[in-house]
Ligand binder design. Structure first.
Ligand code: ARG
Length: 462
């Protein structure tokens, strides 16, 4: 018996375990639509170039459309013995149209075929993820607008540092997400070249038109080196690193949701739709969606590391190792997409406990820097000395167990004679945030200006 795929040279079929380790149909069937699109473009080009007849081209196209309909209807029987999506489709095409099916693979190899399919898939996914990032940016920008004046503690080392507005805090994530969107956009632009027609690795002797297939598939150009075309996976690595960075940003926000929705802070009220209860502790409301976003970041980063490790030792051009590129990418892109959707829904529905935020904003002597700045501005002290004086005033307030603005003027003047009544104007959290007017600061007017910047940006980049 000769092998049904490799024909003459092989006397028998693979061992069952060989079939199991070798087959990719379990996961690469997801590429069926891209595979069919690529084959349609290739067949049309072969006809135009006079490499196959118009009749064969027409029956190939008709057969491929039928296969696509069968797969969409769930009627297609995928076979592990046929290894991958390319062979499954080609074998079915032969059943449907006979010998003409065998002409489709002229001037093509599975190496350029899979590289093309996978690029098309990743390209579409990047565009979709870009749109989802814009949606999340829109949700956060709207919340920031509503909370341009809402005061909360700003933290360093997770200790209250200086008061900020919640709007400003949210817009920090909008900035991060805009760069994430930029990374997906750049990756999309850079990967948009066609491997099709590179054949196995060396190119082909047939008079094909790679510019035609590239254009038909929406690529900007054919890739310029056939060996690179079949072996490059940096497009997938770039997509994964953009996803890993974006997931890392969402994971940090998720961590804050976990912390700030807990009773210790009580800043955020988790929406019912994005939290769960406990089966034993009736008082609980758990931030499961936020925790899962934080956790899924692990598998997304893992997929990047995994594919880097697969690729780093591979000589040119194709090695079967590269079949392992797909599952991690599919999983990571599915995950980032799900995380973006969950984060958008959760942040949209999140409500705020402004009183708890305001109260916490005043704790920890958070306006001490404002006091030091006042001493520089109004009393002419050098900043280092002002820092020292303020430290002494904080120590005094600590000893008395009161806030900075609860110290009497007489007490303050004992520490620094130049202090006047006017100092009380900077000691409130409201005045503190309002004073931070320099570009990029937390002042409510600055937050509102940045909100409109992002609203316009989202409109222009819709
Ligand atoms: N299933 C294979 C993959 O995903 C297709 C390419 C096979 N090429 C080969 N020379 N065996 O990489």
């Amino acid at each position: 018996m000769s092998n049904r795929m490799w024909g003459g040279r092989f006397g028998g079929g693979p061992d069952d375990i060989m079939e199991e380790i070798n087959a990719s149909i379990g996961f690469d069937q997801r590429l069926f639509a891209q595979d069919i699109r690529g084959s349609l473009a290739h067949a049309e080009m072969l006809v135009k170039q006079g490499i196959i007849s118009a009749e064969d081209g027409a029956s190939i196209a008709q057969g491929l459309h039928q296969i696509e309909a069968e797969i969409n209807a769930g009627e297609f029987r995928f076979s592990r013995a046929l290894e991958d999506i390319h062979m499954n489709i080609e074998a079915r095409l032969a059943e449907l149209i006979g010998d003409a099916a065998g002409r489709l693979h002229t001037a093509r190899s599975r190496n350029d075929q899979v590289a093309t399919d996978f690029r098309l898939y990743v390209r579409d996914a990047l565009a979709h993820i870009g749109t989802q990032i814009h949606t999340l940016m829109g949700v956060l920008t709207a919340k920031a607008e509503a909370h341009a004046d809402t005061i909360m503690p700003g933290f360093t080392h997770l200790q209250p540092a200086q008061p900020v507005t919640f709007g400003h805090h949210l817009l920090a994530y909008v900035e991060m997400l805009s760069r994430d969107a930029g990374r997906f956009h750049d990756a999309h632009k850079r990967m948009n070249e066609s491997p099709l027609g590179a054949a196995a690795l060396a190119g082909t002797g047939f008079d094909i038109d790679r510019h035609m297939t590239a254009a038909a598939l929406g690529f900007d150009a054919p890739m310029g080196n056939s060996m690179d075309a079949v072996s490059a996976r940096d497009f997938a690595l770039e997509a994964l690193s953009a996803a890993a960075i974006c997931a890392t940003h969402m994971s940090r926000l998720a961590e804050e949701i976990v912390i700030f929705s807990g009773p210790a802070y009580g800043f955020f009220n988790l929406p019912d739709a994005y939290s769960t209860g406990s089966s034993i502790m009736p008082q609980k409301r758990n931030p499961d969606a936020a925790e899962l976003i934080r956790a899924k970041t692990g598998r997304i980063i893992g997929a990047l590391g995994g594919l880097m490790i697969v690729m780093k030792g591979l000589p040119l051009a194709y090695s079967k190792d590269m079949q392992e590129d797909k599952e991690g990418v599919f999983n990571a892109l599915d995950s980032i997409s799900l995380c973006l959707a969950a984060m958008s829904g959760m942040m949209d529905a999140l409500s705020i406990n402004a009183d708890a935020m305001h109260k916490a904003a005043g704790s920890g002597y958070s306006t001490a820097t404002d006091l030091a700045d006042w001493l520089v501005r109004e009393a002419g002290l050098p900043f280092r000395q002002a820092h020292h004086v303020t430290g002494a005033l904080v120590a005094l307030a600590e000893k008395k167990g009161c806030a900075l603005d609860a110290l009497s003027l007489a007490d303050m003047q004992k520490v620094e004679a130049a202090i006047t009544d006017n100092v009380f104007t900077v000691l409130s959290v409201e005045n503190s945030v309002a004073s931070r007017q320099a570009f990029g600061g937390t002042a409510p007017d600055g937050v509102r200006a940045r909100v409109s910047h992002w609203q316009n940006w989202l409109k222009e980049n819709a």
